[in-house]
Design a protein around this ligand. Structure first.
Ligand SMILES: [Zn+2]
Length: 277
């Protein structure tokens, strides 16, 4: 994600909400009015569950290293901004789920030996984590890129599952939003995660991805998607014109594995898209 100007950002806010997360407003509003008590309890369970998982993975020391002031500050800012529209419980859950996605990238960067920046949240745009260093090749870039949606989707499905088990509409709405969020990030256009993954299996896939992106834009009229496509076009031209020697020469087996992982993840998300909507 790239930063736009203040004015652009402000004008995008309302549109983004409608375009990307349109379907949530109703279930969430109902959840707030009808089941605010159960909602709080269930969200508490979800937060406790997440904390338990993080602790279980001996993750806390690593987390402390990643959680810098700008992460906390921008997280709180995002929670506040989303809370105006959706209520603070939903906002808290949504930002935590974005954080889990970013942690997926952070873990992969650490595994690949690439220094990671602290995650930064931008209200109504999303979150990103900077990579301080160039990946060795397209496969490393793809692995770092897919780790976010993999971890993010597992969290989304866990929340969906909890929502189904507890018959809790707030959790269902949160899980559904997280499924949408991770699927959106897998649109195969750079700088989205999907674009970085697709770069490893075939460059021509970017053309297909770009076409898909344009269709999605015509359907949703999402300003966020428009920005992604503009930045994506620029990135594509740069990579075509200035190829890094050896960057894209991967063994066919590696390409196939990355393509397979991508296909499985997208299929899983599409299959669970209607759950909780
Ligand atoms: Zn990501």
């Amino acid at each position: 994600m790239t930063n736009g100007s203040e004015a652009e950002r402000r004008s995008r806010e309302v549109e983004n909400l409608r375009a990307v997360y349109q379907s949530l407003q109703h279930p969430e509003a109902q959840a707030r009015t009808r089941q605010s008590h159960r909602g709080k309890a269930a969200a508490g369970v979800a937060v406790a569950g997440l904390l338990f998982l993080l602790g279980k993975a001996k993750f806390l020391g690593f987390l402390a290293g990643v959680l810098k002031f700008k992460t906390l500050a921008t997280m709180l800012l995002s929670i506040g901004a989303y809370a105006i529209e959706w209520g603070w419980l939903f906002a808290l859950g949504f930002v935590l789920l974005m954080f889990v996605h970013e942690m997926g990238h952070a873990i992969a960067m650490r595994a690949e030996g690439i220094p990671a920046g602290a995650p930064v949240f931008i209200p109504f745009v999303g979150a990103f984590i900077a990579m301080h260093g160039q990946p060795r090749d397209a496969a490393v870039e793809a692995r770092v890129a897919i780790a976010g949606p993999v971890v993010g989707s597992l969290a989304a499905w866990a929340v969906l599952g909890a929502g189904l088990a507890l018959e809790q509409r707030l959790l269902l709405a949160l899980g559904h939003t997280a499924v949408l969020l991770n699927l959106f990030n897998l649109v195969p256009v750079p700088p989205l995660d999907g674009g970085r993954i697709a770069g490893a299996f075939t460059r021509t896939y970017w053309v297909i991805g770009y076409a898909l992106g344009i269709v999605a834009l015509l359907v949703t009229w999402s300003p966020l998607l428009l920005i992604v496509l503009v930045v994506g076009l620029w990135t594509l031209v740069q990579r075509w014109r200035n190829p890094v020697p050896g960057y894209d020469s991967l063994p066919p087996r590696q390409r196939t594995l990355i393509a397979l992982a991508y296909a499985v993840l997208v299929t899983g998300l599409v299959a669970t898209l209607s759950v909780g909507s």
